[in-house]
Design a protein around this ligand. Structure first.
Ligand code: ATP
Ligand code: MN
Length: 459
């Protein structure tokens, strides 16, 4: 049995076994109390060792961080903190952890320090909680889509297209960096490369997602995406996971309804299934966490156009670092103003200027704006970016030409508008942005087990 099950058992007197890592050991020469954790739950189980029954040398080696197996009787605990404890009958030491060198000796390490020991930080309460919530959210995402008739589509991680325009890309190559084959004009000859062409790590599965939607109607992707942006912010990673549903026959309003329902479902799922971990994180880092989660569920998401958003910001009298006028992209400070100060609700902004959005967004009749939609959350700003897609072949082609995108490389994407085109929409939810919100953590590097960011790819 895992410690989670043992802690909820009331089968007093039963012979049980527990295996896990020692969080603390205290006691005296007659008795020792070990707090044991196996990652199944935030709480530890207390193991009581009567010293006279054990080899003293063995018990001495059981220190913080060591790994043990204990068998014994499950008994009702006299302590206030727990209902049950184990009175040990036998003890097996799997692995010691030298107290001189094991870095997780005491509580209260900074999150920055824990990032440097990311190989061990899953053993802390904080990262145990974050990783369990991360798991629960992944599961809930698949459950939501499966229950709603969406198919999970696996889009490629290595892509030949660099036209998505979502961000700077990492190149994938097997060419010799010191001595690459060159063309006559001195540029690199990628026809000699592994794929016979230039390839990159994907920044988004959307374009391939659209191909799936044009056959299966409703699909979603959930995979790693990569951006080689040098953004050292608490909200950007170089490798992050993205969820991208794509739906045939959905227009922008259907898209917004789905995004709102989906986010509310996920947050409700966390409240219903991750209570202990949320309570821990809220007590530890962010007293308003649970209120903020309920705030999302309880409120209708305000829906406004970009143009209206700019008016509100211009009339706000607020001093922003980045000034506001029609045509500029909204910065996080603007997004948070709309959500936290003006509407006091999550906000969905639609109909952005076409110049600041991607080529595939459906053009409005005004000739100036496109049917994009961003969902803005308190503390985070943009959590979802999406749009209705341009389904008209001619309009799409014109936009590709205007932006001088590599038309030839996009032949397969353009084909969907040539053969059985249909109105369709979709969006991208950054998984770690969602987790930032749900866990209340302040830095995106602390909601993924092994973060990738500029100048760091350890572990
Ligand atoms: P931002 O303006 O915040 O950089 P973006 O406009 O580049 O985001 P999109 O290209 O629309 O973002 O990507 C869709 C979603 O992916 C975003 O809404 C966000 O949740 C998430 N996202 C984007 N870039 C990153 C990143 N570098 N690290 C983590 N999540 C990201
Ligand atoms: Mn970005």
């Amino acid at each position: 049995m895992r410690i989670k099950e043992l802690l909820s058992s009331r089968d007093f007197g039963a012979d049980v076994e527990a295996k896990g890592w020692v969080r603390t050991k205290r006691g005296n020469k007659n008795i020792a109390f070990i707090a044991l954790n196996d990652g199944s739950i935030i709480h530890n189980i207390q193991v009581v060792i009567e010293m006279e029954k054990f080899d003293e040398e063995l018990v001495k080696k059981v220190t913080t961080g060591s790994c043990i197996a204990v068998t014994g009787k499950l008994v009702e605990s006299p302590g206030k903190e727990q209902h049950v404890e184990i009175h040990a009958g036998s003890l097996k030491l799997y692995g010691t952890a030298d107290p001189e060198t094991y870095p997780l000796q005491k509580k209260g390490h900074t999150l920055e320090f824990l990032r440097e020991i990311a190989h061990l930080r899953p053993r802390t309460n904080t990262f145990g909680a974050v990783l369990r919530i991360r798991h629960a959210m992944s599961f809930a995402i698949h459950k939501y889509f499966n229950d709603h008739g969406f198919y999970y589509l696996h889009t490629p991680i290595i892509t030949g297209s660099d036209a998505e325009g979502a961000g700077e890309m990492f190149r994938v190559t097997t060419l010799d960096a010191k001595n690459p084959p060159l063309l006559e004009d001195g540029t690199i000859d990628y026809s000699e490369d592994f794929f016979g062409r230039q390839t990159n790590l994907t920044v988004s599965g959307q374009l391939e997602g659209e191909l799936g939607a044009m056959a299966l109607s409703n699909i979603y992707t959930f995979g790693p995406t990569f951006r080689a942006e040098n953004s050292n912010t608490p909200r950007h990673l170089a490798e992050f996971w993205m969820i991208e549903p794509e739906m045939a026959f959905y227009e922008i309003n259907d898209n917004m309804n789905l995004a709102e329902d989906f986010l509310k479902y996920l947050i409700r799922y966390a409240l219903d299934n991750c209570r202990d971990d949320l309570v821990f994180l809220s007590e530890m880092y962010d007293k308003e966490l649970i209120d903020r989660l309920n705030f999302i569920i309880d409120n209708h998401f305000e829906r406004i156009t970009y143009t209206r958003g700019i008016e509100i910001l211009e009339q706000s009298g607020e001093k922003f670092e980045f000034s506001v006028s029609w045509g500029v992209d909204l910065q996080t400070e603007h997004e948070r103003y709309l959500v936290e100060k003006h509407f006091k609700k999550p906000v969905i902004v639609t109909d952005y200027p076409k110049a600041i959005k991607a080529f595939y967004m459906k053009q409005n009749d005004d000739g100036k704006t496109v049917r994009g939609m961003d969902v803005l959350f308190p503390k985070i700003g943009e959590i979802i970016g999406g749009s209705q897609r341009e389904e008209d072949l001619e309009k799409l082609n014109n936009r590709i030409k205007e932006l001088k995108l590599p038309e030839k490389e996009l032949w397969w994407y353009i084909d969907t508008r040539r053969f059985g085109s249909a109105p369709h929409s979709g969006f991208g939810l950054g998984f770690e942005r969602l987790l930032l919100f749900v866990t209340g953590m302040g830095n995106i590097r602390d909601v993924i087990p092994f973060p990738r960011f500029p100048k760091n790819a350890d572990f």
